[in-house]
Write a protein that binds this ligand. Structure first.
Ligand code: DGY
Length: 322
């Protein structure tokens, strides 16, 4: 019997690759950068399965170039790079990796929140550059966390894990947006479901955990930043296009908001000459929320399980098609 053929669009941890290679013939893209779209189309032409990353666009054109494709296994929890309706129309299930990166991502949200509130990037840069002249009573003053109000935009798994850390560790009061009230957040965190305007007006910290879809694209623009407190810290670990970056830069520059911490930007990578890098109150890291060894191994296992189920024609353990 012929073995299924699978294209893996980047090297992922061996735990995933080995599990796939045990049952399939695999072609792993060797580059550090993603395969260009033409190359991706050519590589999947005779494949039964595809392991895609958030940098790979999986759309109708790609599906048309891959008549045998039985499954797309996305190495991420987010799947905005995949045209799911087009996959569904073709009968191709799409897998993702929920759960595996919840803790690592919540850890980065808290890290960014603390670092932005306490001006860590700016003050460390000043120390390194010789601008640490003495102990300054009025130097590098930041914001406190204890007892302040945290606004979670999107109370899913990662939003909940972030709120749990900040409520448990710093006694923060939690407000959140979601499609409706979440009983576990209300019960365990004493959290309150509010609309976005109320959340923005009342929160000292706003942490974004909503997925990217047509209703959340550009959710944070000048009007939203204007509704926030001037002392507020804004954190985004979801997807860059939720934020109008020009509006964020203006809000940070003018003091409309105090500081921001971003794990995600639009585009990625953010060009080194982008205005946000020039702002001392903006801390940007290169989409590293899930970048721990254990987390990436766990993602690789989930990704392999979805892929293998798909090539066998079985239901995927984590399938995002409706
Ligand atoms: C995801 O999985 O969607 C993250 O953004 C990358 O790990």
């Amino acid at each position: 019997m012929t073995r299924p053929k699978v294209f893996v669009a980047r090297r992922i941890p061996d735990e995933g690759l080995n599990a796939i290679a045990a049952a399939c013939d695999i072609d792993v893209w060797p580059g550090q950068l993603p395969p260009p779209p033409d190359e991706l189309r050519a590589r999947v032409a005779d494949c039964d399965g595809l392991v895609s990353l958030l940098t790979d666009r999986v759309d109708a054109a790609l599906l048309a170039a891959a008549p045998r494709l039985k499954v797309v296994s996305n190495f991420a929890v987010g799947f905005n790079n995949v045209d799911v309706p087009a996959c569904t129309a073709r009968g191709v299930p799409v897998g993702n990796t929920p759960g595996a990166l919840t803790d690592a991502t919540a850890d980065i949200a808290v890290t960014l929140l603390l670092a932005a509130a306490r001006r860590i990037s700016e003050s460390a840069g000043d120390a390194r550059a010789g601008r640490w002249l003495t102990w300054e009573p009025l130097g590098w003053l930041g914001q406190d966390l204890a007892g302040r109000t945290l606004g979670i935009v999107g109370m899913g798994r990662i939003g909940f894990a972030t709120a749990k850390r900040l409520h448990g560790g710093w006694g923060m009061k939690v407000l959140y947006t979601a499609r409706g009230p979440k009983a576990d957040a209300d019960r365990e965190l004493g959290a309150t479901h509010v609309d976005l305007d109320e959340l923005l007006a009342r929160s000292d910290y706003v942490s974004v955990h909503a997925d990217l879809n047509p209703t959340t694209k550009g959710l944070f623009g000048a009007a939203q930043f204007a509704k926030m407190k001037r002392t507020a810290v804004f954190v985004n670990t979801s997807r860059g296009p939720l934020v109008d970056q020009a509006a964020l830069a203006q809000a940070l520059r003018s003091g409309t908001v105090f500081a921001a911490g971003l794990d995600v930007t639009d585009p990625e990578p953010l060009p080194p000459d982008h205005e946000l890098y020039g702002l001392p109150n903006c801390l940007i890291v290169p989409h590293i929320a899930s970048a721990t060894i254990d987390t990436r191994n766990a993602m690789a296992r989930l990704c392999a399980n979805n892929l293998l189920a798909g090539v066998r024609g079985e239901p995927l353990p984590n399938c995002v098609n409706p």
